[in-house]
Ligand binder design. Structure first.
Ligand SMILES: NC(=O)c1ccc[n+]([C@@H]2O[C@H](COP(=O)([O-])OP(=O)(O)OC[C@H]3O[C@@H](n4cnc5c(N)ncnc54)[C@H](OP(=O)(O)O)[C@@H]3O)[C@@H](O)[C@H]2O)c1
Length: 283
């Protein structure tokens, strides 16, 4: 298949290019080659690539900064998706778009399913929810909600995100501060990329899927498992969400159920298994 991947040098984008590049004709657009907030540039890039599948890994991901820059967040996370959906319609292409657990308010006590009601609590979250809705304008769209991504940084640069920060602190002999009351379903980018490829190759029913590793944990539990797998007796400092001043609200309980994916035969490995493979790949 001819695939166009945008946001191709992000942590998920690089994993998708790597996963799909071995079997498909992939055109990878890094931000320098295509700014997805420029609708004309999107149309012209897709006219050149003539994709059968467009995979959108670009996003405005600075959750706190979005509170002060809502227009940038809406452009990057919503209106850019509308341009990509229009390009998908022009080319009869399938659109794959990634969203987030942040669309939920985090007040649940059991893992969220795809048909649970979103209730975004921040500008970033609202912009991502709008992006989900715009994605549905494509003739066929997969909207894959991922969460707490981890993976190797593209081009050997510094890895981003909470997992990388905890790992770096533990390896340096420090004492990471970790939430004891935020529950997440951490997701290895390699597994999310593999699930993406399988969905597309299987021509699975279009729609919304929770694409996370199986299981869930608090960040404290995650850090404990990380230290255990590293064989390090790390001192972890538990903190509570209410005690950490953050510009944007975070949903507190955001485990996602991936049973819908599993019902298609795409069974996501557990987060502990994913973590072990990530650490091994890191060396
Ligand atoms: N990271 C997480 O924990 C997490 C959690 C839930 C959902 N998600 C979603 O998962 C997807 C992938 O996230 P990620 O962690 O891989 O993000 P990432 O590493 O920050 O990658 C995003 C990429 O998009 C690029 N980009 C930003 N604005 C762009 C624009 N206007 N035009 C073109 N490219 C642009 C970035 O380029 P620059 O680096 O040059 O800005 C970066 O290469 C996103 O939809 C994100 O919202 C991520």
């Amino acid at each position: 298949m001819r695939m166009a991947v945008v946001g191709a040098r992000g942590q998920l984008g690089a994993a998708v290019v790597n996963e799909c590049g071995s079997a498909h004709e992939v055109t990878a657009f890094a931000r320098a080659a295509l700014d997805v907030t420029d609708g004309n540039a999107v149309a012209s890039a897709m006219n050149g690539a003539r994709p059968e599948v467009i995979i959108n890994c670009a996003a405005y991901n600075n959750v706190d900064a979005a509170e002060d820059h809502p227009v940038d967040a809406l452009n990057g996370n919503a209106f850019a998706v509308r341009s990509l959906a229009r390009a998908a319609a022009d080319h009869g292409a399938t659109l794959v778009h990634y969203s987030t657990d942040f669309v939920f308010d985090g007040t649940a006590s059991a893992p969220y399913a795809e048909d649970d009601q979103p209730n975004p609590r921040s500008v970033y979250a609202a912009s991502k929810l709008l992006g989900e809705w715009f994605a549905a304008d494509a003739p066929r769209a997969y909207v894959l909600r991922v969460e707490s991504l981890f993976g190797r940084a593209p081009d050997g640069g510094p890895a981003k995100g909470s997992v990388a920060a905890i790992l770096k602190t533990i390896v340096a002999g420090g004492e990471p501060r970790v939430f004891e009351d935020r529950t997440v379903s951490p997701t290895y980018v390699v597994d999310a990329a593999r699930a993406t490829r399988r969905l597309v190759e299987a021509n699975a029913p279009a729609g919304l899927y929770h694409c996370v590793n199986s299981g869930h944990c608090t960040w404290l539990e995650f850090a404990r498992e990380l230290a255990r797998q590293l064989g390090v007796d790390a001192r972890l400092i538990p903190v509570r969400v209410a005690d950490v001043p953050l510009r944007a609200k975070r949903p507190q309980y955001c485990a996602l159920s991936n049973e819908k994916l599993a019902s298609l035969g795409i069974v996501m490995p557990t987060w502990q298994d994913a973590l072990a493979r990530y650490l091994e790949a890191r060396g």
